[in-house]
Design a protein around this ligand. Structure first.
Ligand SMILES: [Zn+2]
Ligand SMILES: [Zn+2]
Ligand SMILES: [Zn+2]
Length: 499
């Protein structure tokens, strides 16, 4: 019995042992079958998708027709595709109309988006090709004025790019069709830029005619003559763009001359605030001018004793030789380029108008004169130029009036040193008393008390500077006594001091 009983116990023990051991195997086995099942589900789905897509492609549908990225959430595309049931003929006949219906909707709903994506890819292909070709473009006669964005805007290029809904990549053969025409595009393009700038400046000339202008101001008609020789004409920059009065705001910052627009447009530093390599159709909206700028330039030429038809190249050759005497008479003094000088006076006059409005609006009792008034015949000289023997050009002759000359001179950027040489100004208006206090510093506040009433902080370092400021800006002496009333001869009183 014992043996039997022993055996029995023994069997139970063995069984328990076996069960506990095999549980591990069972668990593992169960897990394996479940992952296998999962894997096979994935496989089944994948097979089904591949089978459906294959059938749709066979019907002539393409990648975009099968792309779900722009689908609204309630479309049942994925529900129809991501099932495990294999595609039998019966199943296919069942789901095919639904799929084709979605594709139809998708073409309508996302067609434009897909086209935009394809265009973008084509443009990038083309851009890369153009950049590789750039060293050769730059060697073409007008190649330095041409940019990638300009190429992408060419009607011929656009047409080629859009061929077959922009589905054809730019392989060598297709690129060469464009490549062959680039020299022609480049040559035509400079005339497009030129035409736009000439329009802008002639509009500004016309506008300036309605405004104050010096009597000797010339008419813009004179600027627009053309040469007979078409090849000469091609290379020649029109006079209207080379006059000292032809200044543009480019990109809303400082004033630039026409050649500088051409120069800086392809440069990286201009691109900093523009993320894209824009074509001319976008860039040209940045080119503006106004009658105010042209008429200011005219007046300043007159103040400098230069003829009205002085060329821009002459002014450029003067570098930073220009000074505003109103400002340099006082404490501050700096030298400016011609464009900066015009900009300075435009801003000073605009500022004066604004301040005058403030005085009127707030009914303030502050004597206020325009110390940058170029139209007045009696204020004396407001601007000066450092006399130099090196500038022996003739003011009215145009130098660098050919695009070919222009593009040759680029590459070496000319930078002018800030000129610290002082200008002898005969109309300085210094009295003996002024000269004695030449460097005497101000006691107390450095700020003009009359300007403070206006909320302005006009600062002068030395007594002489403040005396100058109060006289030219407010028509008063340092104590605020009107100079006009003192002499009793009206407005010319300030002039007598200047004389
Ligand atoms: Zn430059
Ligand atoms: Zn000034
Ligand atoms: Zn003041």
């Amino acid at each position: 019995m014992t043996s039997v009983s022993n055996r029995f116990v023994c069997c139970v023990c063995v069984l328990t042992m076996l069960v506990s051991k095999s549980r591990k195997y069972i668990e593992q086995w169960l897990q394996n079958t479940s992952t296998m099942k999962e894997r096979s589900t994935k496989e089944l789905r994948r097979d089904r998708q591949a089978s459906i897509e294959g059938k749709l492609r066979a019907l002539g549908y393409d990648n975009d027709d099968l792309d779900t990225q722009f689908d609204p959430k309630d479309w049942k595309w994925n529900q129809l595709i991501q099932q495990t049931r294999p595609i039998t003929d019966r199943v296919w006949e069942n789901i095919r109309p639904q799929l084709e219906e979605i594709i139809k909707l998708r073409r309508k709903h996302a067609g434009a988006k897909f086209l935009a994506i394809r265009r973008n890819i084509r443009q990038q292909e083309l851009g890369r090709r153009f950049v590789d070709y750039l060293p050769q473009v730059r060697k073409l006669p007008f190649g330095k004025f041409y940019m990638r964005g300009d190429l992408l805007e060419e009607p011929f290029v656009k047409e080629l790019l859009d061929e077959n809904d922009a589905k054809i990549p730019f392989d060598d053969k297709r690129w060469h069709r464009i490549f062959d025409r680039v020299p022609e595009f480049v040559a035509k393009h400079i005339k497009v830029i030129e035409g736009h700038c000439a329009d802008v400046i002639s509009k500004a000339f016309k506008e300036s005619k309605e405004m104050d202008r010096p009597l000797n101001a010339i008419d813009d008609e004179q600027h627009l003559e053309l040469l007979e020789d078409p090849i000469e004409d091609m290379d020649r920059i029109p006079s209207c763009l080379l006059s000292a009065t032809s200044l543009f705001k480019y990109g809303g910052h400082r004033l630039e001359d026409y050649t500088e627009i051409l120069h800086i447009r392809p440069l990286a530093r201009r691109r900093i605030w523009s993320t894209r390599d824009d074509g001319w159709s976008t860039d040209k909206t940045d080119v503006v001018s106004s009658g105010g700028v042209v008429s200011m330039a005219s007046f300043l030429l007159k103040q400098l004793g230069l003829p009205e038809d002085t060329s821009m190249s002459y002014m450029l050759a003067c570098g930073t030789d220009f000074r505003c005497l109103t400002c340099s008479r006082a404490s501050q003094t700096w030298s400016m380029t011609w464009a900066e000088l015009v900009d300075h006076f435009v801003k000073a006059n605009d500022g004066y108008k604004n301040d005058l409005e403030t005085i009127k609006d707030r009914e303030l009792d502050v004597p206020f004169l325009n110390d940058h008034d170029v139209t007045s015949e009696i204020t004396g000289n407001l601007v000066a130029r450092v006399p130099r023997t090196t500038v022996d050009l003739i003011p009215t002759l145009e130098y660098a009036n050919r695009y070919s000359i222009l593009s040759k001179t680029w590459g070496e950027e000319v930078s002018f040193e800030i000129c610290s040489q002082s200008v002898k100004d005969s109309s300085d208006g210094e009295t003996q008393e002024d000269s004695n206090e030449r460097t005497e510093t101000l006691i107390g506040s450095n700020y003009c008390p009359l300007c403070r009433k206006l909320g302005l902080w006009h600062r002068e370092e030395i007594v002489r500077g403040m005396r100058k400021h109060t006289r030219t800006r407010h028509g008063t002496d340092l104590e605020g006594n009107s100079l006009t009333e003192q002499s009793g001869v009206g407005q010319d009183a300030t002039q007598r001091l200047d004389a």
